[in-house]
Design a protein around this ligand. Structure first.
Ligand code: CA
Length: 364
């Protein structure tokens, strides 16, 4: 069974990552792809892409998407803005390739990415329905929001999360790279603490096993590789109807302790105290000036801090009970991925349905 694996990071580095991608038990090709790229000391870029749009197109889209994304991730600048610019370049590259090659028409890919830095901060990005989770202690939180029809319906309280799991249109994405739609990636910045674990995965994992099983394995006290293997095995045990890709990134739990126990700590504290005295005096003067002045200190409006998450607007043209009808016609711009629920469909017929949907979308 085809399986790719990789790992980077050491006991001394701040970040450690490992990943697996597996064909699954029903598919003939693996259209998932992952990326782990070291970018300087204690600086890692990790990503997962899940391609779609026919056998050839899906593989090309996820590979091209990750390559162009990494190549366009410039140094410096506002970090999440850099992720956004790089993913827009990847989107353009996929769209351009699908225009010049007829056999790739309609291809697209999801993309989730994390950039982990030496200061312990993270920036992340999401397009599509691959996911980013964070585990702290025993708790699991989904950081990214799915860009899918059913996720929008859940957010709009038109269906329940339970109904979403079996909804006939749960393979419709509202955003993907190469999808002829204006791309508005979801991005965010996060502070991390030692011991934080992040999981990037394709829907071949989160569509197959419940979050509680993901949490149990991700937070287990096992080696990072054993946790990756166990996640893939759980998806295969649950049926393995899709390609499975898992990537764990974790902040090393012991480095903080090592730094705190080092001899530099006391000296650092002493100099911090000496530095803080003049700062406190300046602050006190500023407060006194503010209290005594009547308007001398004009109020300077400050932009509210950007939220960690940029959510897309609900812009689906179809609403209401229609959505519960499995015969609902797709609208231009909807993106259909390979269905997960292939139990009731042969692989051939599901591919035909996809191509038909894609062709319908492409028709002017
Ligand atoms: Ca998939």
């Amino acid at each position: 069974m085809a399986e790719d694996r990789t790992e980077t990071g050491s006991e001394k580095s701040l970040w450690r990552a490992a990943a697996r991608t597996h064909l699954g038990l029903r598919r003939e090709s693996n259209q998932d792809r992952f990326l782990i790229a070291e970018r300087g000391e204690d600086h890692l870029l990790v990503a997962v892409a899940d391609g779609m749009g026919g056998v050839a197109g899906g593989e090309v889209a996820s590979r091209l998407g990750l390559e162009v994304f990494e190549a366009n991730l410039a140094e410096g600048g506002i970090r999440r803005e850099r992720l956004r610019e790089a993913v827009l370049a990847a989107d353009n590259a996929i769209t351009g390739e699908s225009v010049v090659r007829a056999d790739l028409a309609g291809m697209g890919t999801t993309l989730v990415a994390l950039e982990a830095r030496a200061d312990g901060m993270l920036s992340w990005l999401n397009v599509g329905d691959s996911r980013i989770y964070r585990a702290q202690g025993e708790s699991l939180e989904q950081i990214s929001s799915d860009h899918s029809l059913v996720a929008d319906l859940v957010r709009a309280r038109q269906i329940t999360p339970e109904e979403a799991e079996t909804h006939p249109r749960r393979n419709v994405l509202t955003m993907a790279l190469g999808a002829d739609k204006t791309l508005d990636p979801e991005t965010g910045d996060l502070e991390t603490v030692p011991g934080d674990r992040f999981l990037l995965c394709s829907d071949g994992l989160h569509g197959m096993i419940p979050d509680r099983d993901i949490a149990r394995i991700l937070t287990a006290d096992w080696d990072i590789n054993a946790r990756c293997d166990s996640l893939v095995e759980a998806a295969l045990d649950a049926g393995g109807t899709d390609n499975v890709t898992v990537l764990i990134l974790e902040r090393h739990p012991s480095r903080r302790a090592a730094v705190l126990s080092g001899g530099d700590g006391a000296a650092g504290n002493a100099s911090t105290i000496w530095l803080s005295i003049p700062l406190a005096l300046i602050l006190l003067l500023l407060i006194l000036r503010l209290l005594s002045s009547d308007g001398g200190f004009g109020y300077v409006p400050v932009d509210p801090a950007p939220s960690d998450t940029t959510h897309i607007e609900l812009d689906l043209p179809i609403v209401g009970d229609q959505l519960l009808d499995s015969n609902t016609q797709l609208t231009p711009g909807d993106i259909v991925r390979d269905p997960l629920w292939s139990d009731s469909l042969s692989q051939d017929s599901s591919e035909m349905m996809n191509n038909d949907d894609v062709n319908r979308r492409r028709r002017p």
